[in-house]
Design a protein around this ligand. Structure first.
Ligand SMILES: Nc1ncnc2c1ncn2[C@@H]1O[C@H](COP(=O)(O)OP(=O)(O)OP(=O)(O)O)[C@@H](O)[C@H]1O
Length: 287
């Protein structure tokens, strides 16, 4: 069976910031979104996967190939799209394509040409002269055609307009249909996560706070408006307001508890993914 990305006991200390220990498996055929507050360690984790930051401990395997400085084999397995392409300002798209395509035996020229047309990328202008949104589009158009089995994208749509974001979402969804691809997506864009992700990994201060299937999260997070003020803790409770509005992530247990105690609720609703993520990463207080 094909293996995706395996991370074992990964640890890195940067000044007073520690990332890890991280143990994570990213399965082929899935998209995982890495979320967390600014500075939580997502981009550093991405760099560790690419050996661009040196880990202190642990192991990383890409389709079974160990990521290390002493071998090159793993490099053709993964395409990494960083937030910013450094050192490229003087080169135009055509020159960058020539450089990058020569490094990837799987380069798909047809896909590149199609994407250039879809995004209407001016290939003859220096990268540094393009707007941040168009730079990001070019960055994307230079990443996907590498057609590696593993794709690692760090905030690929942050600067893009709404239409371009939708194009990226469509292209990524289509790309996943090519086979057993593994995609890791660092993102603050809820729409990207909602449309694309199968799994969500929550980073908090360098640690993995949660790793869950997106559908489970949206099924399980539920808000209840109670008829009475409730002093006791409720099974599954994750937040409350005035003892009368309760959010839980175990609605079956919660409702059983309410029924046993004779507590009635006037309304209940599932939370939107955005609310769930905000609650999990701790950027939203209360209910
Ligand atoms: N080269 C470095 N030197 C010093 N500190 C660093 C370095 N790289 C990362 N850090 C620190 O590591 C922590 C995690 O940063 P990182 O960029 O990984 O967070 P992030 O979750 O990607 O944030 P954002 O959502 O803002 O992109 C921060 O405290 C950052 O200051």
């Amino acid at each position: 069976m094909k293996r995706g990305v395996e991370v074992k006991g990964l640890l890195k200390q940067i000044d007073d910031f520690e990332i890890g220990p991280v143990d994570l498996d990213f399965e082929p055929g899935t998209i995982t979104a890495l979320v967390g507050k600014n500075g939580a360690g997502k981009s550093t984790f991405a760099k560790l996967l690419m050996n661009l930051a040196k880990r202190d401990r642990g192991e990383i395997f890409l389709e079974g190939q160990p990521v290390s400085s002493s071998s090159e084999e793993w490099k053709t397995k993964i395409a990494y799209q960083p937030q910013v392409l450094l050192g490229c300002n003087a080169f135009n798209g055509r020159e960058l394509k020539k450089l990058i395509s020569s490094l990837y035996p799987t380069w798909d020229e047809e896909l590149f040409i199609r994407l250039v047309e879809v995004f209407k990328i001016p290939l003859d202008k220096p990268y540094g002269s393009l707007s941040p949104g168009v730079q990001q589009q070019l960055n994307f158009v230079l990443s996907l055609p590498r057609d590696t089995d593993i794709l690692l994208l760090d905030e690929p749509t942050a600067h893009m307009d709404i239409h371009s974001k939708q194009l990226v979402q469509d292209e990524l969804a289509t790309w996943m249909e090519r086979g057993e691809k593994t995609m890791i997506l660092v993102s603050h864009q809820v729409e990207d996560i909602r449309k694309l992700a199968d799994f969500i990994v929550v980073f908090q201060e360098g640690k993995i706070l949660a790793h869950a299937a997106k559908d489970e999260l949206t099924q399980n997070y539920k808000r209840y408006w109670l008829e009475v003020v409730l002093p006791d803790a409720v099974p599954g409770e994750v937040a409350r307001k005035n003892g009368r509005i309760i959010v839980t992530n175990q609605p079956v247990k919660t409702e059983q508890f309410f029924l046993e105690k004779g507590i009635r609720w006037t309304d209940s609703r599932r939370l939107e993914l955005e609310e769930i993520i905000s609650m999990m990463i701790g950027s939203r207080e209360g209910v």
